[in-house]
Design a protein around this ligand. Sequence first.
Ligand code: BTN
Length: 329
Amino acid sequence: MPGPTDKRIDALLSLLVENPTIVISGAQIAKEIGVRRQTVWRWIETLRASGVKVKGHPRTGYHIERAPDILAPKLLARQIHGTPFAKRIFHFFKTDSTNTVAMRLGEDGEAHGTIVVAEEQTAGRGRAGHSWISEKSAGIYVSILLRPQISPMLAPALTLAAGLAARDAIAEETASSPDIRWPNDVLLNGKKVCGILTEMHAEPDRIHFAVAGIGINVNQTKMPAELAAIATALRIETGRVHSRLETLARLLRHLDRYYNQFVAEGAAPILRRFAEVSSYFEGKRVRITTSTETFTGTTAGLEPMGILRVKRDDGKIESVISGAVTEAE
Ligand code: BTN
């Protein structure tokens, strides 16, 4: 698997984006970013392969045809300036799973707020052993490394906070009011557009670090046949192309806000917000599948740490710590 994107490719991209109307010669670019002209040419080809419309050739010079929607660290950092996520951004044109990379970075001691983004994942992971289809440059595939000083008991609320951030970002981007299916699937018109896989390294009383891995279907034009009834993308729902860079920036700004609120005030405001925006909070008929059983019931709010309460059809109240939730008739 190729490593993270060379910082100088990032610099090249910024140079082209910042000077959209100017033709910059290969020699000038080479001088500016400190590589040989042949290298510039090779990198331009890399950018072209990722869908960046670069016009021209080494002798006449290069310019960008239209602003590329690439999750380039320098461009992203500018949009999320002032948040802890702007400091360390690892970008990959292709990787197996951003969560796998972020977990490894966590073990290596990388700082709180480090993020890993990819244009494409070859082994994107979902919850309960599912895979996450990660078509090149169509979706957002991002993992955020967090080092909260909290007990693992509070981790479910952290998971909810990530879902709320994704929900608010999608709401702004589509000017609509997406739903959240507990714990953190974001739904547009009843279909899933965003999934979150939270993984942790923890001791019984302390979280070493957590990784919130977020996948958003943005510009896919159709879903695989087997998923079309239950999954969708922003573009499919709104009929227009969305900026992945802008959507990701919105997501990270909202995550910063919810995370700070969670650290300062605990889980309560997160739970209140969930109750406001999720139709799954209370009174929803659901089918729950855990590792040991499947049952139906009606949702009955959240416990103080964010665990879902479900009133079974026989009247017994069940606390669902983890499991698949679907709407039942
Ligand atoms: C789910 O709903 O099952 C969770 C899906 C999580 C997908 C994201 S994409 C970025 C990050 N890297 C992964 O391998 N998975 C998460």
